[in-house]
Write a protein that binds this ligand. Sequence first.
Ligand SMILES: Nc1ncnc2c1ncn2[C@@H]1O[C@H](COP(=O)(O)OP(=O)(O)OP(=O)(O)O)[C@@H](O)[C@H]1O
Length: 235
Amino acid sequence: MTEYRGRDGASLTARGITAGYDPRRPVVRDATLVLPAGSVLGLVGPSGCGKSTLARVAALLHAPYAGTVLVDGTPAPGARYRAPRELRTAVGVVFQSPRAAVDPRLRLRDVIAEPLRATGRGGEAADRVAELAELVGLTGELLERRPHAVSDGQLQRACLARALVARPRYLVCDEMTSMLDASTTAALVGVVRDYQAATGCGVLAVSHDAELLGRWADRTVELAELSGAAGGAPG
Ligand SMILES: Nc1ncnc2c1ncn2[C@@H]1O[C@H](COP(=O)(O)OP(=O)(O)OP(=O)(O)O)[C@@H](O)[C@H]1O
């Protein structure tokens, strides 16, 4: 898993983003965020300021009113199904609430395999699921259960495995550990660190936990710093 190491100058960039849920009152205004490959960027700011909204735009899940997302220099023509498959699968996402993020009818094994099946790579699923289950600490028995029969921490482990299954070049962790205890938090952050060391992936970590970001992120920015001329470029 070394194909992304050393991509000089590569980044996930959300440039000049204005976004929200009502075009008359955008929650993010002209924000620029640059996530260099191989680094962990922490994103902080008061509750409701728009961190998740910007993170979803960067992950090509939410279309901005203005601005462009570039994946390693390639501009995405839109979000969700409007983005080509190779750009969509380049960015993995883990959300705060695993229960809201999974189909309750699926066994954990199928939750993890979903992105491969959705992109015509179902043939890789069995091997990849087994590999990732071991990485995130899920036993074969847990893989056969459905979400209602596992804990939040176990379900979040499956969500992290799902985010990594298609070997993303960037990973967006939106409050990934805020519902978890200290030992599950440490385990999941450890998995992300190992994946990053092996692949050179870039990680955007949205969190309220300053102590966690202090240990995990190479650099932390406030959402308010990303707007207008200040931009989000490292330096
Ligand atoms: N689906 C939605 N429809 C309408 N408004 C929304 C929606 N999602 C979020 N908002 C609003 O957009 C604003 C920004 O929300 P967002 O979740 O991006 O903030 P945040 O900084 O991530 O907050 P928190 O730290 O509390 O998670 C908030 O005022 C929120 O109420």
